[in-house]
Design a protein around this ligand. Structure first.
Ligand code: ADP
Ligand code: MG
Length: 705
């Protein structure tokens, strides 16, 4: 926490910092439930924003119900049925008296409830309408009984629905929020963004914005609120994005504050590699290499993201960086997200570095027993270059003097993991931390990169090596599968190599493997004079490697694979790819997969097999794939179609879980967020700190540690 001595008078009277137990009616049990939500002081409740709203301001006629609506309905109970067949179920039919009925279904219910629900009773229900077997239904609706002749009381305004936790109902939570809001001070005290900056960027009253989102007035535009586009929401989204930006910037400043070994090197090993390579670096590779080398030569930890489309040649840039570390007497580690990819790096690195007399150590999860002991010992003794998977980040791996960590395919790692690697490499004797180079093949739209990676510098390899011919892409219905197989046959006879990718998403690895086995059998039978190989995630890593090697050596004409080949696999002679069920994959994944072909000089093509009928989104995706092979355009489009959580692959890791902001929707705010952020960091660091605490609280405290 910040020292409190600067302006004790304001802060000690800041009602926002009062503990929640100071609110009337908040006892230990309620305080504990709120604590589970990360809510500790009054201001935490001010900024505990509704997830969405329910409209209980009117009643919808049963005759007008449409599936998907979340609405309020009134009706009289016509029939009650208890089913016991498979599990207890309570079905209550309510009607409007004019022949229209709505079925309410409950799977958990109490005896007391049963007794209340007698035919003839009038109910006011709220829930989501679904299309049931016999007309509209609601599963577990909220409901209350209305007495005979009693008027139906509807809400005056939209009801906010807050994120909550087990044992804390919406009503109770809304009640405490209301008590906290009663203490909301005026803007003079609440606002942390300096007045001049607010004026420059047209930022309106924060107090009004908070009151609006917590208690939208009766006439609020629901559609606008639902989309998060109301000015009050946009005002808060601005502030949330600003808080996130400031916290990443501070995180970065904290790391940059530490010391790293200066890896200037003498260039001898790098020159030797340049001389041995069968190609010249592209201008983009040279520029990015220079940027990386300049960072490495400084005694401050590098934090650099190198983004470059599939096939743009990031690996060799990484190898040169590793050599700079070795030239300076330090170790370099390269970490990849999958074993297949790590193995491929291992082979590349060994191929390039061993002729220069540099040992490359291998450390993956599957390296066990004696081999592992030996590898660990070598790493501890100072093996110059180590390649591996996540295992490298786990406990028990000690480096002699790690100077550089290279992380490939960063979009699969979260900020947390980046931090853990950094700490892993910290040399506690000397206080030195390693430099960090992050490689990603998922081009990130600039707007997103600015926000999501504000803790990193970004270099782009925006040019492909010469001689690549663009991949011709077509979308073909599965009804024409036989034709496609015929085409493969012709291609194989002509000496080309083919990938056949089986995709099953959200199924088990086992099901995926089975699907691949089925396709393998089908193709083996159809292409009787060609050798067809199979690789999937359930195979042992040795087996996988043997198949990949055979394919690379040209011994196999066709490789049937699951999406394990998505990243990193490099077989330049493969020039045709068929992707099954392509309509089910996201753009980023399709782009990655397609990047496996078009790596050599031969003209390549990609067949996107799909199962008709195509939905609207799927149709758009396939269209984008046919139109462009520019990873940046595809990423922009992906962002548009899917949203940033998916694009960044962060949905699981929970980072970038905003309360109100949405990077895709609110990207237009980012340039102003950056400007305000820079100014505040320079001129108002105290307010910046408080702003981060307000929005990010505990996690920011962690990141600072
Ligand atoms: P990615 O950026 O997708 O990781 P790689 O580093 O795997 O790409 O490079 C793809 C292929 O291009 C590899 O076979 C690599 O050896 C080759 N390559 C890299 N740089 C060049 C270059 N400047 N000229 C020709 N080929 C190159
Ligand atoms: Mg790569």
């Amino acid at each position: 926490m910040a020292p409190r001595n600067a302006r004790p008078s304001t802060e000690s009277t800041d009602p926002g910092l009062a503990p929640l137990s100071s609110l009337p009616g908040v006892g230990p049990a309620l305080a504990a439930a709120l604590e589970r939500l990360g809510l500790a002081c009054v201001q935490d409740l001010w900024f505990h924003l509704p997830l969405r709203y329910e409209d209980k301001t009117c009643v919808t006629a049963i005759a007008d119900l449409r599936p998907g609506d979340r609405v309020q309905v009134v009706g009289s109970i016509e029939e009650v049925e208890r089913g016991f067949r498979y599990r207890p179920q309570l079905k209550v039919a309510i009607g409007d008296g004019a022949g229209h009925t709505l079925q309410l279904r409950f799977f958990h219910f109490r005896r007391a409830q049963l007794e209340q629900l007698q035919p003839g009773t009038r109910l006011l229900c709220f829930g989501e309408v679904r299309q049931g077997a016999h007309g509209p239904e609601m599963i577990h609706p909220q409901y209350q009984r209305i007495g005979d002749g009693e008027a139906v009381a509807v809400e005056e305004r939209l009801s906010p629905i807050y994120p909550t936790t087990e044992g804390l109902g919406q009503k109770r939570l809304a009640g405490v929020v209301a008590k906290a809001l009663a203490l909301l001070p005026g803007d003079a005290q609440l606002e942390l963004i300096p007045g001049a900056l607010c004026a420059d960027h047209g930022l309106t009253s924060l107090r009004d914005a908070l009151l609006y989102v917590h208690r939208p007035p009766p006439d609020a535009a629901l559609a606008q609120l639902v989309q998060g586009r109301h000015p009050a929401q946009q005002r808060l989204a601005f502030e949330e994005l600003l808080a996130q930006h400031l916290s990443l910037k501070r995180l970065r400043a904290a790391v940059r504050h530490r010391h790293a070994p200066a890896l200037g090197g003498d260039g001898t090993l790098q020159q030797a590699l340049h001389a041995a390579l069968p190609f010249r670096l592209t201008a983009a590779q040279q520029r990015v290499t220079r940027e990386v080398m300049a960072d490495l030569a400084c005694p401050k930890p590098m934090l650099r993201l190198v983004q470059g489309d599939v096939g743009s040649g990031k690996t060799v840039v990484a190898a040169l960086a590793a050599l700079a570390a070795v030239e300076s007497g330090r170790q370099a580690a390269l970490v990849a997200p999958t074993e297949l990819l790590a193995e491929q790096h291992l082979r590349n690195f060994r191929h390039w570095l061993e002729p220069l007399g540099i040992e490359v150590e291998w450390l993956a999860g599957k390296v066990t027993g004696k081999a592992r002991q030996k590898a660990l010992a070598r790493v501890a003794e100072g093996a110059p270059v180590v390649v591996g998977t996540h295992a490298l980040m786990q406990e028990g791996v000690a480096f002699a003097q790690l100077g550089l960590v290279i992380v490939d395919e960063q979009h699969r790692f979260g900020v947390q993991q980046r931090l853990s690697l950094r700490d892993k490499g910290a040399d506690h004797g000397s206080g030195l931390v390693p430099h960090q180079l992050v490689l990603t093949a998922t081009p990130i739209p600039r707007t997103l990169a600015m926000s999501a990676y504000a803790d990193l510098d970004v270099s782009s390899i925006d040019e492909l090596p010469p001689g690549r011919t663009p991949v011709q892409t077509v979308a073909v219905s599965n009804a024409r599968r036989a034709e496609v197989i015929e085409r493969i046959h012709a291609a194989c006879r002509g000496g080309q190599q083919v990938y056949w990718v089986c995709t099953l998403i959200e199924e088990s690895e086992q099901l995926r493997a089975q699907a691949a086995e089925v396709a393998h059998a089908e193709l083996s039978a159809a292409l009787d004079d060609c050798r067809v190989g199979l690789v999937h995630g359930r195979m042992k890593s040795k087996e996988k490697q043997a198949v990949m090697d055979a394919f690379k050596a040209g011994e196999l004409a066709v490789l049937v694979a699951t999406t394990v080949i998505e990243v990193g696999v490099d077989v330049p002679n493969a020039s045709l790819m068929v992707i099954e069920n392509s309509e089910r994959l996201g753009l980023a994944q399709l782009h990655q997969l397609r990047g496996r072909v078009g790596r050599g000089a031969v003209a390549s093509s990609c067949v996107l097999l799909y199962q008709p009928p195509l939905g609207q989104l799927a149709r758009e995706r396939l269209q984008v794939m046919r139109e462009t092979s520019d990873g940046f355009r595809i990423a922009e489009k992906d962002l548009e179609l899917r949203g940033p959580g998916e694009v960044l692959g962060t949905r699981q890791t929970g980072q970038l879980a905003f309360r109100i902001a949405d990077l895709a929707r609110d990207a237009h705010l980012l340039p102003a967020v950056q400007q305000v952020g820079e100014r505040m960091l320079a001129k108002n660091p105290r307010e910046a700190e408080r702003l981060v605490m307000r929005w990010i609280g505990a996690s920011a405290r962690y990141a600072q540690a």
